[in-house]
Design a protein. Structure first.
Length: 287
C-alpha cells in the first residue's frame, strides 16, 4: 500500500459503534485502504479559583488538592476506557474483515479538531447516529454530524443500524452544485460500482431540470455504472425521496450536504437533516 490515506471511523462506545466499525471496514475494503479508528476523550476539568488572600486558605487549599486528584483519576479512567474501546473495535473489525489494516488513534478535546488533525489522511469519514433513540420514526442524528459535515471536504457516511452490505443506492438530485458534485463523486469512485443505482429528482419539472437529470445519468453510465434516472411527482422533496427509497428497496442514500447556510436553514429548514433524521439506511453526505 503506497498511500497514507485511511477511512476514519469516529467511535464513542455507544450502541452504534459496531455499525460504524463495519461500514468503515466495508468502505475501506472497496478502496483497499486501512481503517483509522478514532476515539476522542473530552474530560471536563474541575472549576478552579484563585485562592490567594482568601480567608481559610489552608482548608480551601486542601479541597483544591482533592479536586486535582479527582481530575487526575478521571483522566486516568477515561484513558483506560479509550484504550479498551479502540482495541475492542479493532478486534471486532478484524474478526469480520480480516484483510483490513486497522490504525488506532486517541485524541483529547473536541471531535472536529480531532478529525481535522487527520485532514490530509482522510479519504472518507464514518460516523454514527443514535438510531436506538429514535421516536415517531425520527432519529436523533447527534449534534456533531452537521458541524463535521459543514467542515468536511471528503464524503461522510452516517449509519445507525446493524451492518448490511449495500446492494443498491440512490442519489438525491436537484440540479444544485452539491448534487452535481455527489454524482461526480460516485462516478469517480469504485465504492458503489456494481450496485444498482438510481438518480432521483423530486418536482422541478422544467426543461432545464430534466436536462440536468439526464446529463447526470449519462455521466454515471459513461463511467460504467448501471443507473436509472427518475423524475418523481411529489409536493415535498423529503417524502418523495423516502417513498422512492421504500418502494424500490434502496439500501443506501447519497446526498449533497447542507446546500444552505446555517442562517438560511433557520428559515428554510434542511432537506439533508430531514432525510438523515427519517431514514434508518446508511447515508453518504457529499459537500
Amino acid at each position: 500500500m503506497t498511500t497514507s490515506q485511511h477511512i476514519l471511523a469516529c467511535i464513542d462506545g455507544s450502541a452504534v459503534t459496531e455499525s460504524v466499525c463495519d461500514y468503515a471496514a466495508w468502505y475501506a475494503s472497496k478502496l483497499n485502504l486501512p481503517v483509522g479508528l478514532m476515539h476522542v476523550s473530552n474530560v471536563p476539568v474541575s472549576t478552579r479559583r484563585d485562592l490567594s488572600g482568601a480567608i481559610g486558605i489552608n482548608s480551601r487549599q486542601f479541597l483544591l488538592e482533592e479536586l486535582t486528584q479527582l481530575d487526575e483519576q478521571r483522566a486516568k479512567i477515561e484513558n483506560s476506557y479509550s484504550n479498551a474501546l479502540v482495541e475492542d473495535a479493532k478486534s471486532h473489525i478484524q474478526e469480520k474483515f480480516a484483510h483490513i489494516d486497522v490504525r488506532l488513534y486517541q485524541r483529547h478535546g473536541k471531535l472536529l479538531p480531532a478529525i481535522e488533525h487527520f485532514k490530509a489522511e482522510n479519504r472518507a469519514i464514518v460516523m454514527g447516529r443514535r438510531g436506538e433513540d429514535h421516536k415517531n420514526s425520527r432519529i436523533n442524528i447527534g449534534s456533531q454530524i452537521e458541524t463535521v459535515a459543514r467542515a468536511s471536504e471528503v464524503p461522510i457516511l452516517i449509519c445507525s443500524e446493524a451492518f448490511k452490505e449495500p446492494r443498491s443506492y440512490m442519489i438525491a438530485f436537484d440540479g444544485s452544485k452539491t448534487s452535481i458534485k455527489a454524482v461526480l463523486m460516485v462516478a469517480r469512485s469504485p465504492v458503489l460500482k456494481g450496485m444498482q443505482g438510481h438518480i432521483v429528482m423530486v418536482g422541478n419539472h422544467n426543461d432545464a431540470a430534466k436536462q440536468s437529470l439526464s446529463a447526470a445519468g449519462a455521466q454515471l453510465e459513461a463511467a460504467g455504472y448501471a443507473v436509472g434516472a427518475h423524475h418523481v411527482t411529489a409536493s415535498d422533496a423529503v417524502n418523495g425521496l423516502l417513498k422512492f427509497q421504500m418502494d424500490n428497496d434502496v439500501d443506501m442514500m447519497v446526498l449533497g450536504a447542507y446546500g444552505h447556510s446555517k442562517l438560511q436553514q433557520l428559515f428554510l429548514g434542511s432537506t439533508t437533516t430531514e432525510i438523515i433524521a427519517s431514514t434508518l439506511s446508511p447515508v453518504i453526505l457529499v459537500r
